[in-house]
Ligand binder design. Structure first.
Ligand code: SAM
Length: 410
C-alpha cells in the first residue's frame, strides 16, 4: 500500500518486488487481495481515516496499515479482534510508539462506525471511490453515462478468455472447462467469460496455448483491423502482446511487433511461443521510425497507444490514485506524436487502427478529430461495436472501456 500511496509505484510492480523477496509466497495472495480491496475503496477509507485523526500521521507510512485495517473491519471477513491485533502489530513494527494510536483509531472506528459512514456518504471521493477531478471530468464528458461507468468501475472485473482457433474450437474448449468444473458463457466470436474468475493455472491447456486471458473489449481490436493472410502489419505498441497474439491467431501475417521496452518485449515472445505463433520483435520508439523501419510500407498498423488506462481501473485500482489530471494532456501529446510518426509508414489504401484503454475525450475522439485536421490524406471509417458510440466502448459489467478509430489512407 505504501509503495503505491507514498512512492507512487504501481501495485503490480510493488507486488512483483515482494514476490522476488519472499521465500514463502503463501501470505502474498492474501496481502494482494487486501491491497486490491483497499485501493478499490481508498476514497471512502481515506475520508474515514482523516475523520479519525486530529493531526497528520507520523511517519506517514502508518496510513497503509490503518487503511488496510479499516478495510478489513468493513469487510468483516476476519474477526474484529484479530484485525485490530494484526494492525496494531504491523503499525508497531513500523514505529513502536504508534501502537496506541493504531489501537485508538480502529477502536474509535468500531464505536463511531455509523456516524462516520453517514459523514462519508456526503463526500464525492467517498461516494464514488474516485478522485474528485476524475468524477467531475467524467460527468462533464459523459453527462448521461458517468454514474453507470463509475459504478461498473468499482465492481469486480470479469475474467474473459480468448480461444485460440488454431488449437481448439470454442465448443470443445467450453466442454474442457465444464470437465474441469468451470462454468463459462460465450460472449464473443472467440470469447468465453467465466462465471467465477480462477488463477490461469486452473485453465485447461493454458500452457499449451489453447486459450489466453483477454478482456472482451480488447478482443474487438484484431478483427477491426480486417487483415488477410500475407499482409505486412505493424503492431506499434505491442507488449505484452495480447493483441499481437490475437492478430496472428486469425491470420498468417508478416507482422512486426514493436515496443519501446525490452523487458516487456520478452513478454510478447513468451506469449507468442505459448500460442505457437511468430512475429518479428523490434525494440524501438514508435515515434522515431527512422531508427528501426526498413522503408517498406505496412498495409495495416495497430497503434494501441500508451494512455491514462482510465478504462481499465477496475483491474488496476491503483491507477485511480496514481494518475494526475495533468497526465491526460501529456499523454495526448505523446499519442499525437506517435500517430503523426506512423502515418507515413502506412501504404495508400491501408488502415491504421488507433486504440486506447481510456475514457477521456482528449485521448480519444478529440485526438482523432485533431489528427484528421492535420492529415488530408486520412479519412475515418465508421465502426460498429455493441454499445459503443463514436468508437467509445463504455465500461460495463461485461468489459472494460476502450476506444477504437479506424483511419484509412486515401
Ligand atoms: C497499452 S500497452 C499495449 C498493450 C498491447 N497492445 C496488448 O494488447 O497487449 C502500450 C505499450 O506501449 C509501449 N510504448 C509506450 N511508448 C512507446 C513508444 N514511444 N514506442 C513504442 N512503444 C511504446 C509500452 O511499453 C506498452 O507496452
Amino acid at each position: 500500500m505504501n509503495a503505491v500511496l507514498l512512492e507512487g509505484r504501481s501495485l503490480t510492480a510493488a507486488l512483483e518486488d515482494q514476490r522476488r523477496r519472499l521465500a514463502d509466497l503463501r501470505p502474498l495472495a492474501a496481502a494482494q487481495d487486501l491491497a486490491y480491496g483497499t485501493l478499490r475503496q481508498y476514497g471512502r477509507l481515506d475520508v474515514t481515516l482523516r475523520a479519525l485523526l486530529d493531526k497528520p500521521l507520523d511517519p506517514p507510512g502508518l496510513a497503509g496499515h490503518l487503511l488496510v485495517g479499516l478495510h478489513e473491519l468493513e469487510q468483516g471477513e476476519a474477526p474484529d479482534y484479530a484485525v485490530v491485533n494484526e494492525t496494531v502489530r504491523g503499525a508497531a513494527r513500523l514505529h513502536a510508539p504508534a501502537r496506541g494510536l493504531a489501537n485508538a483509531v480502529l477502536r474509535n472506528f468500531q464505536r463511531r462506525r455509523a456516524e462516520l459512514q453517514a459523514q462519508a456518504a456526503r463526500d464525492p471521493r467517498a461516494i464514488w471511490n474516485f478522485p474528485a477531478w476524475w468524477v467531475a471530468r467524467l460527468r462533464r464528458q459523459y453527462p448521461t453515462q458517468w454514474q453507470d461507468w463509475l459504478r461498473a468501475a468499482n465492481g469486480h472485473p470479469p475474467m474473459t478468455l480468448r480461444i485460440n482457433p488454431r488449437k481448439v474450437s470454442l465448443a470443445d474448449y467450453l466442454e474442457q472447462l465444464r470437465t474441469a468444473g468451470l462454468e463459462a458463457t460465450q460472449t464473443g466470436d472467440q470469447a468465453l467469460t467465466l462465471v467465477r474468475p480462477v488463477p490461469v493455472q486452473r485453465l485447461p491447456g493454458f500452457d499449451a496455448g489453447l486459450v489466453s486471458v483477454q478482456d472482451l473489449g480488447a478482443q474487438y481490436a484484431a478483427p477491426l483491423l480486417d487483415c488477410t493472410d500475407g499482409m505486412r502489419v505493424l503492431d506499434a505498441c505491442a507488449a505484452p502482446g495480447g493483441k499481437t497474439g490475437h492478430l496472428l491467431e486469425l491470420h498468417d501475417l508478416d507482422l512486426t511487433a514493436l515496443d519501446s521496452e525490452a523487458r516487456r518485449l520478452d513478454r510478447v515472445r513468451q506469449n507468442l511461443d505459448r500460442l505457437g505463433r511468430n512475429a518479428r520483435l523490434v525494440r524501438g520508439d514508435a515515434g522515431d521510425p527512422a531508427a528501426w523501419w526498413d522503408g517498406r510500407p505496412f498495409q495495416r498498423i495497430l497503434l494501441d497507444a500508451p494512455c491514462t488506462a482510465s478504462g481499465v481501473v477496475r483491474r488496476h485500482p491503483d491507477g485511480k490514485w496514481l494518475k494526475r489530471e495533468e497526465d491526460i494532456q501529456q499523454l495526448a501529446s505523446e499519442q499525437a506524436r506517435l500517430l503523426d510518426a506512423l502515418w507515413p509508414l502506412l501504404a495508400p489504401g491501408g488502415t491504421l487502427l488507433y486504440a486506447t484503454c481510456s475514457v477521456f475525450v482528449e485521448e480519444n475522439r478529440a485526438q482523432v478529430a485533431a489528427f484528421l485536421q492535420r492529415h488530408d490524406d486520412a479519412r475515418e471509417q465508421a465502426i460498429a461495436l455493441p454499445g459503443a458510440a463514436s468508437g467509445q466502448l463504455p465500461l460495463t459489467e461485461s468489459h472494460d472501456a476502450f476506444f477504437y478509430a479506424l483511419l484509412v489512407k486515401t
